[in-house]
Design a binder for this molecule. Structure first.
Ligand SMILES: Cc1ncc(COP(=O)(O)O)c(C=O)c1O
Length: 456
């Protein structure tokens, strides 16, 4: 009998709770600081921006946090997500490794982002919020929160990073189909956007700037809150449905992961697949190697400084300790728009500092080559962000080939690339350059890091 390709769970096997890694960490996460007082922020400081339930999840140390039934009901539109054995990729590489991928591109938005968009919209609606503002890079997050906002009756305004807004017009059309409004950032709609445009009218935008615009508007109105698609603890928490399902699916396949790979922008899809495995390891089970893959043009985990910094460019957010390239750093306009963020999730940064994960970086050309190889072997065209995970998994499989080891590699194929075909066209036309970030700009952005008391 030939070996199985798809590992599918029944709806009844969908996780009923999210996994909170803060329950198992050997050392607690450094506190979030108020930039004015340099004191840890409390729930009331965050209340203008987020509903209380999400603020409580942000600081919770409870291991299992129940997924509300209305959220589970929406999750069932695409969850449990399939896990595949990449037989044909293994053959193409000639590797003795077993390669599995968890496919999050089956969601309505085409990526992992609805895993957190749905609970965020649910908790906001429950607390009487009427409107959400947010940023989006590639458009995956904007699409997801537009989808989720519509389900729970919320108005949604999305600031899309200018370079992605121009590269991916169909993403905006999808957001509008769900009833949201999407504007290019920097925009004329906020004080900060107007200030940036006055200095540089052709500014390509960045996630840091788009966050500032969305936060500025949310902070002004009681009925409006802000939603973030990555970085924060509660976002990473919601994504753990991915890893929890993957662990069950690997059991079905009767294997244990030796290596877990994910791409990192703000860290949410990576944490989603990795944290449940790390948790098992911290509780005495097998600890696989965990590999984060980031773009060489925006390498926060591999080249950034572990320091307190702002989450946005206008410095409206609290200070979090994370690997950062500096909040004023504008990465080059490469095509994995979702990975163009100056910082890394504090929880991902923390587990990196604790030595629980490894990090590596590749250029966009290398990642597109890997994505094309994957598409030709497995049929799915990955999102440019996901190509980084594909590249990381392929490198691990080739290492296994060199070493003659039959390890089990699992990676998060966090989204499809159907709205990213212009990037693929450019790749085939030889027009995709591997842009380097500007070393001088990086040094300047890092020199502007806020100073915090030395004991933190
Ligand atoms: C498909 C896809 N993958 C990855 C990312 C990066 O975000 P994160 O690191 O939070 O998963 C994005 C962000 O927009 C995305 O759209």
């Amino acid at each position: 009998m030939s070996e199985r390709t798809k590992y599918l769970l029944d709806e009844s096997q969908m996780p009923k709770s999210w996994y909170n890694i803060q329950a198992d960490l050997p050392k607690a996460l450094p506190p979030v600081l108020h930039p004015g007082t340099m004191q840890p922020v409390g729930p009331d400081d965050l209340a203008p921006l987020f509903p209380m339930e999400l603020i409580l999840q942000e600081v919770s140390t409870e291991r299992d946090i129940e997924i509300p039934q209305p959220v589970q009901d929406i999750y069932k539109l695409w969850r449990p997500a399939p896990m595949y054995r990449a037989h044909r990729l293994e053959k193409a590489l000639g590797t003795p490794a077993k390669i599995f991928y968890k496919y999050e591109g089956v969601s309505p938005a085409g990526s992992h982002k609805p895993n957190t968009a749905v609970p965020q919209a649910f908790y906001n609606a429950q607390e009487g919020v009427k409107k959400l503002t947010t940023e989006t890079g590639a458009g995956q997050w904007g699409t997801s929160i537009s989808f989720a906002g519509n389900i729970f009756g919320l108005e949604v305004l999305v600031f899309q990073v200018r370079v992605s807004y121009d590269q991916k017009p169909y993403r905006r059309a999808v957001m509008e189909t769900y009833g949201a409004r999407c504007v290019a950032s920097p925009s004329q709609e906020t004080v900060y956007g107007r200030q940036v445009l006055a200095e540089r009218p052709d500014h390509p935008g960045s996630l840091g700037i788009a966050i500032s615009e969305a936060v500025e508007l949310a902070a002004q109105r009681d009925d409006t809150k802000y939603a973030l698609g990555s970085v924060l603890n509660h976002v990473l928490l919601h994504q753990t449905v991915t890893g929890i399902e993957t662990i069950q699916q690997l059991e079905m396949a009767d294997v244990q992961a030796d290596v877990v790979v994910g791409c990192t922008g703000g860290g949410s899809n990576f944490a989603g697949i990795a944290f449940p495995f790390i948790g098992q390891g911290l509780r005495g089970g097998k600890m696989p190697r965990i590999v984060a893959v980031e773009p060489a043009a925006c390498p926060s985990l591999t080249r950034g400084k572990y320091a307190y910094d702002f989450g946005d460019t206008a410095h409206l957010t609290p200070l979090t300790k994370m690997h950062t390239l500096g909040s004023t750093f504008t990465p080059p306009g490469f095509h994995a728009g979702g990975l163009r963020y100056h910082g890394m999730a504090p929880l991902v940064s923390h587990v990196k500092e604790l030595g629980l994960i490894e990090a590596t970086s590749y250029t966009q050309g290398e990642c597109f080559a890997a994505g094309v190889l994957f598409a030709r072997a497995e049929g799915i065209v990955p999102a440019p962000e996901a190509n980084h995970a594909v590249k990381g998994a392929i490198e691990e499989a080739l290492r296994c080939k060199r070493e003659g080891r039959s390890e089990t590699i699992v990676f998060n194929l966090c989204g499809h690339g159907h709205f990213d075909m212009v990037a693929y066209q450019k790749y085939f036309a030889g027009e995709l350059t591997d842009e380097q970030y500007d070393e001088k700009e990086l040094a300047m952005a890092l020199s502007g890091l806020p100073s915090v008391p030395s004991n933190l």
